[in-house]
Design a protein around this ligand. Structure first.
Ligand code: BTN
Length: 257
C-alpha cells in the first residue's frame, strides 16, 4: 500500500526525482518498500522534455516523487502508466475541490499534463531506475503570480479557487487515489483499462486542436502541423497531417498552434 510508504520530507533538494533515483541506486532500505519524497522547494526541478525545468519556489506547490516497485504494480499488458497517472491526478484535484464545494474540471493534454481553463496546473515526469518507476509530480497550489513568460500558460489552485491549499493534505489524497486506482486497474485489467480510456477521452484537451509536433531525435526534429484526432485504444495520440494521412504518436513534443 502506498499509503504505508515512508514519506521523506526535505526542505530543499535539486530534484525529488533525482533524490529518489540516488536512494534506489544506493539500494537503501528506504527505497526498497516504496518511497515518497516531498520537498518544499527544488533548485533544479526537471520537466518531461529535455532541457525543461519545473519552477519550484518554496511552499508554492506540491513537489513529490513516488517510487513504485514494478513487481508490486506491474502495468497490465501494454497499457501505459503515464496516462493512468494523469487520470489519478485529475481525480485527486477534482475530489479535493468537491470536498470544499468547489467545482474544477481537469482536462489532460496528452500524455499527462493537467489543464484547467486552458492553462497548465500540473505536470508529471515518470522515469525508471532499476526495478522502480519514479513518478514525479508538480502541482501549482498557492502560486498567485507566475513569471511573465508563463502568465498566460500556467495556473494554480489558488488562482482557480481563491483559497490556500495545504500540500500535505493534497499528498494524502493523491496517495489514497493512487492506491485505489492502481489496485483496481491491476485487478481487473481489461474492463478497468476500458473505463480509464473512456475517462481519458472525456478529459482530452487536445482533440480537434491544431498542433505542432516534434518527433525524433533533437538533431533531426522539424515541427509538423497536425490536427489531434483523439486517443487510440493503446493510449497513443492519433493525429492527421495536412494531406489527410493519420498516424499514431507514442512520444514527442507537442505545442498548440
Ligand atoms: C512537465 O510538465 O514537464 C513535468 C514536470 C514534473 C515536475 C515534477 S516536480 C517533482 C518532480 N521532480 C522533478 O524534478 N520533476 C518532477
Amino acid at each position: 500500500m502506498l499509503g504505508n510508504s515512508e514519506i521523506l520530507h526535505v526542505e530543499t533538494v535539486d530534484s525529488t526525482n533525482s533524490l529518489v533515483k540516488k536512494l534506489i541506486q544506493e539500494n537503501s532500505q528506504r527505497a526498497r518498500d516504496g518511497l515518497v519524497v516531498v520537498a518544499d522547494a527544488q533548485t533544479a526541478g526537471r520537466g518531461r522534455l529535455t532541457g525543461r525545468t519545473w519552477i519550484s519556489p518554496p511552499k508554492a506547490g506540491l513537489l513529490c516523487s513516488i517510487a513504485i516497485p514494478t513487481h508490486r504494480y506491474p502495468c497490465p499488458g501494454t497499457q501505459p502508466l503515464p496516462l493512468v497517472v494523469g487520470i489519478i491526478l485529475a481525480r485527486t484535484i477534482e475530489s479535493l475541490c468537491t470536498k470544499q464545494n468547489l467545482s474544477v474540471q481537469v482536462e489532460l493534454k496528452w500524455p499527462n499534463d493537467l489543464y484547467v481553463q486552458g492553462r497548465k496546473l500540473s505536470g508529471i515526469l515518470i522515469e525508471t531506475e532499476g526495478d522502480y518507476s519514479i513518478i514525479g509530480i508538480g502541482i501549482n497550489l498557492n502560486t498567485e503570480e507566475f513569471p511573465p513568460e508563463l502568465r498566460h500558460k500556467a495556473t494554480s489552485l489558488k488562482i482557480l479557487t481563491g483559497r490556500d491549499w495545504d500540500s500535505s493534505q493534497v499528498l494524502a489524497e493523491l496517495l489514497r487515489m493512487m492506491d485505489e486506482t492502481l489496485h483496481h486497474w491491476q485487478q481487473t485489467s481489461g474492463p478497468a483499462w476500458d473505463s480509464l480510456l473512456g475517462e481519458y477521452r472525456r478529459r482530452d484537451f487536445l482533440k480537434g486542436k491544431k498542433l505542432s509536433l516534434l518527433v525524433g531525435s533533437q538533431a533531426t526534429q522539424k515541427p509538423v502541423s497536425v490536427m489531434a484526432q483523439g486517443i487510440a485504444d493503446d493510449g497513443a495520440l492519433m493525429v492527421c497531417d495536412p494531406e489527410g494521412v493519420s498516424s499514431k504518436i507514442y512520444s514527442g513534443e507537442i505545442s498548440l498552434d
